[in-house]
Ligand binder design. Structure first.
Ligand code: NAP
Length: 424
């Protein structure tokens, strides 16, 4: 457990290990964190206080997290002269579970997304986002409580893989020429080119993970979302491979919606229903029939859009948590970005980052601490104590808190256990 260039390991703690296919978590696990750019330092500071308080209260001080700062983005650039040093990748590889704040990516040119690179380098192939309304959070829809979904988005492929050539570049010219000469496909000379790979292996491992999650957590259905009517050999194949995994590997636990429609009289009690919906329709469905959906499995790009759209229904990306999961490795990160206009102002909403912490605690088996965080957050919001982004959309009196005040309120709530007893 050494050999890092600039990472200072904590004085105590041990690495989480994988033993016989299961995570083995010591009482003081070393967990790397990346603070993140923009509002990252504000929301991370807030989340860390809340996570530590919850662990302390839940386990009477017998468990704690030995945090270990690792670097990416602006901080890494200052320290290492590069945005994503090998040190960081190796630390996350070694310690298995990590958490990060948002990282900035310039939209036109500039460096590639560090988030995408992290997912690809560490083979974190499933981007998982549970999306459920917390009472009191303002929402643009009449019944936000009807949406309770967990999104499993593929995270290493699709047009997101970053295989693209700029208009007029040597690469673009050669690809255009190749397509013309080999396939007779004529593309405009002034086109930028992107490639959309979707593989059987990546699709099947994502679906496998989603099915295991759904079965372990008593979920009712899995919906495969795709655009296979138009892109048959990428999106269409994604749906086909996902069905194959369900039927070939989990046959006794699942039933397809088509089979249910054909034979409605059959007993499907306890079985996981597998269905598919075209991506464009799905954006309508989550608004018009939210209660019909549960676990949702999608390719990378559609998953990106749908996660934010669903998050908006339950109060926006400031509140939705997320995780990037590999077979065992996990990197938790908020759904929102670095919101540069709020950087350093202590007014960002730390809820998404805090809920990432709760998700992480649940992942390592510390569910009691995770529950304390959920309870404290729900209680505080229900008590109409919120950050400015939520306050703007709530009618009537609210107490507007800064990012750090919101965290302090949660810590107090956890320490006094007010939230779990329901006392004001
Ligand atoms: P963004 O940072 O998520 O911010 C968009 C808007 O969402 C903000 O202007 C603000 O809305 C609201 N918002 C986001 N987080 C909030 C929070 N915690 N509290 C309160 N309001 C919040 O998205 P962006 O402006 O498109 O992207 C900025 C940078 O972040 C880009 O470089 C992008 O690449 C990066 N990014 C990183 C990640 C990641 O690290 N995983 C994810 C997404 C984007 P109002 O203006 O309405 O107040």
């Amino acid at each position: 457990m050494h050999g890092f260039q600039k990472i200072r390991l904590p004085d105590e703690g041990e690495a989480i290990k994988v033993v016989d296919g299961k995570l083995c978590v010591p009482d003081i696990p070393i967990i790397p964190f990346i603070e993140g750019d923009g509002i990252g330092s504000d929301v991370w500071r807030a989340a860390r206080l809340v996570i530590d308080a919850a662990v302390k209260v839940a386990y009477d001080g017998e468990r704690r997290i030995a945090w270990c700062e690792v670097f990416a983005g602006e901080k890494a650039l200052n320290l290492y002269g590069e945005l994503l040093p090998q040190d960081t990748l190796r630390a996350i590889e070694q310690f298995i579970v990590a958490i990060k704040g948002p990282l900035t990516t310039p939209p036109f040119g500039g460096h590639r997304s560090l988030n995408v690179t992290l997912r690809q380098e560490l083979d974190l192939y499933a981007c998982v986002r549970p999306i459920k309304w917390i009472e009191g959070v303002p929402s643009p829809v009449k019944h936000p409580e009807r949406l309770d979904v967990v999104i499993f988005r593929e995270a290493t492929e699709d047009v997101y893989a970053g295989i693209e050539w700029e208009m007029g570049s040597d690469g673009a010219r050669r690809v255009i020429q190749f397509l013309r000469e080999e396939f007779g496909i004529i593309l405009p000379e002034d086109a930028g080119i992107g490639i959309k790979p979707i593989s059987e292996r990546a699709t099947k491992r994502l679906m496998r993970k989603a099915i295991k999650y759904a079965l372990e957590n008593g979920r009712r259905s899995i919906t495969i979302v795709h655009k296979g009517n138009i892109m048959k050999f990428t999106e269409g194949a994604f749906a086909q491979w996902a069905y194959e995994v369900a039927l070939d590997e989990f046959g006794e636990h699942v039933v397809t919606q088509r089979d249910v429609s054909r034979a409605p009289e059959q007993n499907i009690t306890g079985k996981l229903i597998i269905k598919d919906v075209l991506a464009d329709n799905m954006f309508q469905q989550v608004l018009t029939r939210p209660e019909d959906y549960d676990v949702i499995v999608l390719p990378n790009l559609n998953g990106d859009y749908l996660s934010d759209a669903c998050a908006a229904q339950v109060g926006g990306i400031g509140i939705a948590p997320g995780a990037n999961l590999g077979d065992y490795h996990a990197l938790f990160e908020p759904t929102h970005g670095s919101a540069p206009k709020y950087a350093g102002k202590d007014i960002a909403n730390p809820s998404s980052m805090i809920l990432c912490g709760a998700m992480m605690l649940r992942y390592i088996g510390w569910g009691e601490a995770a529950d304390l965080i959920y309870d404290a957050l729900s209680f505080t919001i229900k008590s109409r104590k919120v950050t400015q982004d939520l306050a703007r959309h709530i009618d009537g009196d609210v107490q507007v808190l800064t990012c750090s005040e919101f965290a302090a309120e949660l810590v107090e709530c956890i320490q006094s256990r007010r939230c779990s007893t329901g006392a004001a």
